[in-house]
Write a protein that binds this ligand. Sequence first.
Ligand code: MSP
Length: 498
Amino acid sequence: MKFYVTTPIYYVNDVPHIGHAYTTISADIIARFKRMCGYKVFFLTGTDEHGKKIEKAAQEKGVTPKELADTTHQRFKELWKRLNISYDKFIRTTDQEHQEAVKYFWLKIKKNIYKSKYKGWYCIPCETFVPSSQIGEQETCPTCGRKLEFLEEESYFLSTSEHKENLRRYIKEHDVIKPDFRRNEILNAIDDLQDISISRPSSRVSWGVRVPDDESQTIYVWFDALINYISAIGYPKPMEFWPADIHIVGKDILKFHSIIWPIMLMSAGLELPKKIFAHGWWKVKGQKMSKSLKNVVDPFELSKVFKEDTVRFFLFREIPFGNDGDFSDELILKRYENDLAKDIGNLFLRVSKFSETNFPDGVRKSGNLNFAEINLSNILDDWIKSMSELDFYSALNLMFQVVSYANRYMDIKAPWKSLKIGNREEAQKIIYDLCYLIKVILYMLYPFCPSTSTEVSEKFGIKIEKSKSEEDLKKDILVGYEIFKVSSTGVLFPKIEG
Ligand code: MSP
């Protein structure tokens, strides 16, 4: 059982922001979940370092593009460390092997490439050729709204006609595009698809991979970048992990991944990715984040105030993955105080403290586990399904059903009352039940908040182990230990001042 998940590779013109963190955390969540289910996972991320956008940014900063990439890619690595991202490989498009793979790929599909002239619009920030039919008023980009350039230049093109019908069929039959509501937009775009411009004159864009046998042309940065998904896993050598199980991308770059990339792959005779998931965008007070508006959310700043688990949790608790969201400090603080500190942190603290104080040798299993009001088996079936479909919002809601139930259980059963009347056995049974529920919660929490889940598991003597399949994961979660020997978790989510 193998599983290959990728993030887009990020442009190095600027430092990472919360949008980049969002995509990468989502990939980390699914990677961790799949590892729990016993899959051999390969999780790829990296940086997109070529093209006009980077060339221009470097020029403005007075450094070479390579110097800019060398510095900025480090910021991404630092952020992934800070956010506890468990990637297996970080690829840079300036890596020698990648550049070789790009050239090899070009030669492989050469029969589908021809030289002609591109006359039309181009958006540098999006690195996109924009058809005239799509340009906004005042010659602006339909995606980012910025000013376009008019180009009239020689270019190589990749012919698409041969593959359009197959691509349509593949997308429909294999249910490739997720969430479903994005599928039609892609199918319509395939109808309108022209041949794709895949190079630019080196006199205009010099920072990139040269077209083999034609130094006068530089390979289009998206053509170069998309190949990272295979060069990172060994292309042109045999690739254990291809095809990708899922490419996670933002909605703005779905077309590149679900049209251009599959056409490239088909031309090269390679398999197509199994799923492409497009998530929404985080805005701030309804507005796009931008430097000029000074409203860019800096994940480094955020993780100074909140633990990384809070950031990871908030982004997926707040809105369904796939929809747009609105970020604010108030919202994250509210989730921190209510969901993490009050509902989860308090539960762990109350149970662990009570257990440590009254049952220092541990609480033992006695009799049947009997949770009348909650069907854990059904909840876990739904949770595994939601996680597998990247429906993280539902997965967290399911976890909170167990959290609320456990909190109510503690309040209603009130083990301190049993102790007061000398019924230690009853108190022990209640605490055992709660430890069992907490074990379920810790598994469900793990992909989202791995450090908290691991830290608390240790306090409860629980080991989150890898299972052999989804079915086994459920069984392993539901196994009750003979004994839980617990020590206090302390306050996990302290009050944030100021
Ligand atoms: N370099 C290309 C990807 C090439 S993949 C072969 C690129 N890079 S990017 O740095 O501009 O964006 C990377 C990802 O960040 C995209 O998936 C994009 O949707 C995401 N986000 C950028 N801003 C975002 C928000 N404000 N909110 C959520 N995600 C956003 O595109």
